[in-house]
Design a binder for this molecule. Structure first.
Ligand SMILES: Nc1ncnc2c1ncn2[C@@H]1O[C@H](COP(=O)(O)OP(=O)(O)O)[C@@H](O)[C@H]1O
Ligand SMILES: [Mg+2]
Length: 296
């Protein structure tokens, strides 16, 4: 059994690439090019040209006030636009594949294993009548094809990885027994259960108090570093995006008004709207972040 090479049949042998073949560089995990989304009911272009690229271990932030099109951009990327919404321009590619070509089956295979997401209000994504460990185990079992027993063990390990202090205990608990911060960790555990390459966090820390929010952001940063997870971080709060992201897009009313490396956008905002966002958030500690970055 172990001496595979001896028993290898002709069919098992894959043709080797020609020796002079140079591997092309891997396509970005996610590439949006001038993405436009329209709402056919209101006959409005809700997203008016969003472009960015994301490679492993990188993080892009989308910031802007409520209603600016951040969530619709995420939903377009995840293939879950509301009924009468449609991508009407540009393209979205995941690992080089245009999502417009994906069948429902291919989407199902992709979700969780390649691209995953966490939203605000974790409780609504979890089943209140099933222990949280069992819910995560089910994701692992379905997506990774493990046995029930292996999946149960994997769920506890994931709860440990998202820094829940007593993962065995939490695994056996129901949603109503957990705090908002714990629930968001559980949801992150479920989202990363099948080792996705890309995680979209849409207002994932918005409902949490400042201390817990900081802990969740640290956790995302750690996953990014440890697992090379690529992140799309969406928040109306510039400080959240500033803390995690290499690049920032500032959206207003469906339009990207400013985009660039986080440092540049924060230190030298060119658009008046960005300046306003920075001024608004200074009281919440963005100042401190900027000073810390400058000092380092
Ligand atoms: N399910 C929906 N049905 C109808 N309109 C929607 C829906 N979701 C969002 N919109 C509209 O699309 C625009 C952008 O919304 P959204 O992307 O959710 O903003 P953000 O996430 O930046 O707060 C808003 O005008 C909003 O009212
Ligand atoms: Mg939103």
């Amino acid at each position: 059994m172990t001496t595979l090479s001896k028993n290898r049949t002709q069919e098992d042998v894959r043709p080797l690439p020609a020796p002079d073949t140079v591997e092309p560089p891997a396509p970005p995990v996610l590439a949006l090019r001038d993405v436009r989304v329209s709402d056919h009911v209101s006959d409005r272009e809700i997203v008016q040209g969003v472009s960015f690229e994301l490679t492993p271990g990188k993080a892009v932030g989308i910031v802007g006030e409520s209603g600016s099109g951040k969530t619709i951009t995420c939903r377009a990327t995840l293939g879950i636009l509301p009924p009468h919404f449609e991508i009407t321009g540009g393209s979205i590619a995941i690992n080089g594949t245009d999502i417009g070509t994906l069948t429902p089956q291919q989407w199902t295979a992709l979700r969780g294993t390649t691209i995953s997401a966490v939203f605000q209000d974790p409780a609504s994504y979890l089943n209140p009548s099933i222990r949280v460990g069992a819910q995560i185990a089910e994701v692992i079992r379905l997506k990774k094809g493990l046995t029930r027993r292996e999946a149960r063990h994997g769920a506890v390990e994931l709860l440990r990885a998202v820094q829940l202090s007593d993962p065995e205990l939490v695994s056996g608990q129901y949603t109503y027994e957990l705090s908002g911060g714990m629930l968001q960790r559980v949801l992150i555990a479920a989202a990363i259960a099948a080792d996705p390459q890309l995680l979209i966090a849409d207002e994932a820390t918005t409902a949490l108090d400042v201390t817990v929010q900081a802990e969740i952001l640290d956790l995302l940063a750690e996953l990014r570093e440890r697992a090379g997870l690529a992140l799309v971080v969406v928040s109306h709060d510039l400080a959240v995006v500033a803390q995690l992201c290499d690049e920032v897009l500032v959206m207003r009313q469906g339009e990207v008004v400013e985009q660039g490396p986080t440092e540049a956008v924060l230190h030298h905002p060119r658009h008046e709207y960005t300046r306003m966002l920075i001024a608004e958030h200074e009281q919440y500690g963005l100042d401190k972040f900027l000073t810390a970055k400058e000092a380092s």
